[in-house]
Ligand binder design. Structure first.
Ligand code: ZN
Length: 304
């Protein structure tokens, strides 16, 4: 008789769809759209004002348009391009073609790419009000709902020196802090540590219960010091499954975990929704990754 005992500890990650009905009416809603490798965030105020921060890569254009239609959005009060990289502005042309955009907020950086130039042309053609972002600007959505611009620094104050392999466009991303009552959320674009340092020095309030993690969870963003300054409870990472950049970095995930922050990721959770009445907030994920830890003993017997 041969008995083979295999003791295995098996972890596997399964995803299952979880329908999450929740009250949105009269509340501030923030949707992290599932756009693959890129960023796109939709804000809807309690009175129905809407802001789109980035529009994902070009192939996500349909997805972004559908997400806006699903919420009965006809016009956007503000569209924001945090910086001119195509994983943030790729879907913007489709947005401009399908919805009335009342104001456009741009980082104002000189950048030559077909996608960026086409986007600028579409903005001009549609006569959309074009605003170049600068620290200190404020956008009041409803009474009590505000977006404060924390970066770029404006004029010739922009960040010019970045780490080796870094990007000036990322460093001069538009960073905004959304506030409503006691609730705050920080949108960081693809800003990395240089920008975090500048913002921490500025003395502007950075605290936020929810942090849109900078640069898709890159190891060069979201420093421990910055996490201390923001003190988030929840972090949202917009990232594509199996992307070539290694986003999000394990070191960033570790820093977030060490700081006790609950992490949501669009690659694992799909679309992520934050709803708040200004006092409490809830986070809902379209998909709930379920980690199943098993400590099972497998026994196989061969009897001869
Ligand atoms: Zn990006």
């Amino acid at each position: 008789m041969v008995a083979a005992i295999v003791i295995g500890v098996i972890y596997w990650l399964r995803t299952r769809e979880v329908p999450t009905p929740f009250v949105t009416q009269g509340r501030l809603q923030v949707y992290a759209l599932d756009v693959g490798q890129g960023d796109s965030f939709l804000i809807i105020s309690p009175e129905g004002k809407s802001v789109l921060i980035d529009a994902g890569p070009p192939q996500a254009g349909d997805e972004v348009v559908a997400a806006l239609r699903k919420r009965n959005i006809q016009s956007l009060d503000l569209a924001v391009a945090t910086h001119p990289h195509s994983d943030h502005i790729g879907g913007m042309i489709q947005v401009i073609e399908n919805f009335e955009v009342k104001n456009f907020l741009d980082s104002g950086q000189t950048y030559t790419s077909k996608t960026y130039e086409r986007m600028l042309r579409a903005i001009t053609d549609k006569r959309i009000k074009f605003i170049v972002a600068k620290k200190g600007m404020k956008f009041e959505l409803d009474s009590g709902v505000k977006l404060d611009v924390l970066n770029p620094q404006g004029g010739d104050q922009g960040i010019k020196k970045v780490r080796q392999g870094g990007s000036v466009e990322n460093a001069n991303s538009i960073v905004m802090r959304l506030t409503y009552g006691n609730f705050a959320m920080l949108f960081t674009g693809d800003a990395e540590t240089e920008t975090e340092e500048v913002m921490m020095k500025s003395g502007e309030p950075l605290r936020a219960q929810v942090l849109k993690v900078g640069h898709h969870g890159s190891r060069y963003a979201t420093s421990a010091k910055f996490l201390e300054a923001v003190a988030p409870e929840v972090a949202i990472i917009s990232v594509g499954a199996g992307n070539n950049y290694g986003h999000p970095a394990q070191s960033t995930l570790n820093r977030l975990q060490k700081a006790g922050v609950k992490i949501y990721r669009t690659d694992l959770n799909g679309e992520i929704t934050v709803v708040t009445d200004g006092n409490k907030f809830e986070v809902h994920a379209a998909k709930q990754p379920v980690q199943i830890a098993m400590n099972r003993t497998y026994k196989s017997y061969k009897n001869y």
